[in-house]
Design a protein around this ligand. Structure first.
Ligand code: TYD
Length: 138
């Protein structure tokens, strides 16, 4: 599985740091929605879904958390702990987030508005959809 961790330019000076995110420029899609998770309790695991079409970019703007990514074949664990780095989560990637630090603020930029019909929340259904896709590609 290709893990795409996008590095962002840091505009640092004696006052501190600044990162700017712009659609199409350093975010590879048009941003239609922004959401963030904070105050995540100990031992919580979230996510447990894949998307049919949504593209997302996740940034731990404060603290850290792990992503479990699964494309139906390979599984990877990715640590997000850098506010100047974004993890691209493409469609058809099952993802779970865990080990949030107490101070974690996980910011997510998304290519579309919230749409429950774009979610695949059942892991077996996800595996089936991946199998169907690869059968069609053959
Ligand atoms: P949920 O899908 O459970 O989050 P995750 O799968 O990342 O753990 O979302 C929690 C609640 O927030 C749920 O009631 C749906 C709502 N929600 C929105 O209203 N808009 C959004 O953009 C998102 C991501 C969630």
């Amino acid at each position: 599985m290709k893990i795409e961790l996008l590095p962002f330019q840091k505009h640092g000076d004696e006052r501190g740091m600044l990162v700017a995110l712009e659609q199409i420029k350093n975010v590879p899609f048009e941003i239609k929605r922004v959401y963030y998770m904070f105050g995540t309790k100990d031992n919580v695991r979230r996510g447990f879904h894949a998307h049919k079409a949504l593209r997302q970019l996740a940034i731990a703007v404060r603290g850290s958390c792990y992503f479990h990514l699964d494309d139906g074949v390979d599984k990877e664990e990715v640590l997000l702990n850098d506010p100047a780095q974004g993890l691209l989560i493409e469609p058809a990637i099952w993802h779970e987030m865990y080990n949030y630090s107490d101070d974690c603020i996980l910011l997510v930029l998304a290519s579309d508005v919230y749409d429950e019909s774009d979610y695949i929340r059942n892991y077996e259904a996800f595996q089936e959809s991946v199998r169907d896709e690869s059968a069609q590609a053959e």
